[in-house]
Design a protein around this ligand. Structure first.
Ligand SMILES: Nc1ncnc2c1ncn2[C@@H]1O[C@H](COP(=O)(O)OP(=O)(O)OP(=O)(O)O)[C@@H](O)[C@H]1O
Ligand SMILES: [Mg+2]
Length: 442
């Protein structure tokens, strides 16, 4: 993760329009972690991450930014919804489980890397195994010349397996006993350990007769699992994953406004929401969380929280939690121009999605620029007239606009259909002009 802040912003620009201050703040926070890692240990420990709170009304790109970051980054990153957690002691997911989830992500990343670097060795292992099964075993008392012969036929067989000539032959392999993986991160680590020992006992009970005849082609795949078990150093992987989680982990805490208790609704304060906030405090500030892979110190995990704060304000969060998110960024609401850009300039934009979907039916859907302008403008008007739901309005508008075309697309196979601004107005003006219709349909 050594992208410069500029590169991160550029990457995000491909998917998210505007919201520059949010992008910048996040990019800088990420870069700061990288810078910190280059320092000497003593100083490293002193530099705490500055957690970020993103505020912006619904549909302006908060979750989208995090989704893109998650895809781009090779650091342990998870996105969780604050509203999914319950206070410790109540039934449900406790907040500590998010740290365990983060650790699982780190494990997967590190495992992939280890697999990548020992790919050759794993293929060698698989190949050796298959060749061994295909050749008749060498008698114990074989003469030297027999042994030499055996070696040559081994090499010959290797090449045949490699070329796929043997793919259809059947060989007998040990089926890895379906080891029951307990990845339920909501489970207390102690419980997880107990469960794991049970599954090991059961696995060892039926280990013996798990043999099956399969084709060489399939064995090439299946033996890879065995190879990774044999060759990958799980201890080293766990250790590395733990370090990555502690030093580079990022948790995106979405919908944080949903656990704020609005001052307006006084009298019916929701104790469990406050409980979740209180449970979050030590984790955000830095504490030790037990996982079945070891204890994770959360001091340096970066938290990015986001919320629309329609019904509540950041100041409705308990003060201790507010203080733990010192960086605030606001996301602007989307104007007509932004909506137009979202339609035209983002990778995989909605228009492209519709185009691709209808292309399956053989229908080429094109949009005149004027038509796109009209769509953006109508979406903006609808946002102003009823609720401002940001870019999500484009979904409803486009769906309404294209519903008939989409329904009959198979009948128009082979044609090219160009959407003009007249068509847009013809289809949508009535809906927009009527307040009730706008409210219900768009
Ligand atoms: N600035 C933007 N640029 C490009 N696409 C956007 C932008 N804002 C929103 N979108 C699109 O709108 C949809 C909703 O956006 P997103 O999920 O980010 O909303 P949100 O800000 O998290 O809202 P909420 O508070 O309701 O969760 C997504 O499909 C996203 O691609
Ligand atoms: Mg969201």
């Amino acid at each position: 993760m050594n992208m410069t802040p500029r590169a991160i912003v550029e990457y995000l620009d491909e998917y998210v329009i505007g919201q520059n201050s949010a992008k910048k703040t996040i990019a800088l926070a990420l870069r700061t972690r990288y810078r910190r890692m280059q320092l000497e240990k003593v100083l490293q420990d002193e530099i705490m991450p500055k957690n970020i709170l993103m505020i912006g009304s619904t549909g302006v790109g908060k979750t989208e930014i995090s989704r893109r970051l998650a895809k781009m980054m090779r650091v342990p990153f998870i996105k969780v919804e604050a509203s999914k957690y319950t206070e410790v002691g109540f039934v449900g997911r406790d907040v500590e489980s998010m740290i365990r989830d983060l650790m699982m992500t780190a494990l997967n990343i590190v495992k992939e890397e280890f697999k990548e670097s020992s790919k050759e060795a794993m293929y060698e292992y698989v190949l050796d195994k298959i060749v061994e099964k295909l050749l008749p075993p060498l008698p114990k008392l074989a003469t030297d010349s027999k042994k030499a012969d055996y070696e040559t036929s081994k090499i010959r067989m290797r090449n045949r397996v490699l070329d796929g000539e043997m793919d259809e032959y059947l060989i007998e392999v040990n089926i890895p006993s379906a080891s029951i993986e307990f990845n339920d991160t909501n489970m207390m680590p102690e419980m997880a350990n107990v469960q794991e020992s049970f599954s090991q006992i059961f696995a060892s009970l039926n280990k013996n007769d798990r043999k099956k005849e399969i084709k060489v082609k399939e064995a090439k795949e299946m033996l890879l699992t065995e190879a990774s078990e044999k060759l990958l150093d799980m201890e080293a992987i766990k250790k590395e994953a733990l370090i990555r989680t502690e030093q580079g982990g990022i948790i995106f805490l979405d919908e944080i406004d949903k656990i704020a208790v609005s001052s307006k609704s006084e009298g019916r304060n929701d104790p469990s929401k406050e409980g979740v906030q209180r449970d979050l405090l030590p984790i955000v500030e830095g504490s030790a969380v037990n996982t079945k892979y070891g204890t994770i110190n959360t001091d340096h995990i970066l938290f990015i929280a986001a919320g629309a704060f329609h019904l509540s304000k950041p100041s409705d969060l308990i003060p201790e939690l507010q203080g733990r998110f010192p960086l605030r960024v606001e996301l602007e609401s989307l104007d007509e121009e932004a909506l137009y850009k979202i339609l035209t300039q983002t990778k995989n934009s909605l228009l492209r999605q519709y185009h691709a979907l209808l292309e399956v039916e053989g229908l080429q859907l094109e949009f005149e620029d004027e038509a796109i302008r009209a769509i953006a403008s109508l979406a903006h008007i609808a946002n102003e007239k009823s609720e401002d739901i940001g870019a999500r309005r484009l979904h409803t508008v486009l769906e309404k606009l294209l519903e008939d075309i989409s329904f009959d697309a198979d009948l128009k196979s082979g044609e090219t259909l160009t959407i003009s601004s007249e068509f847009v107005h013809e289809k949508l003006d009535i809906v927009i002009e009527d307040d009730d219709l706008t409210r219900y349909i768009l």
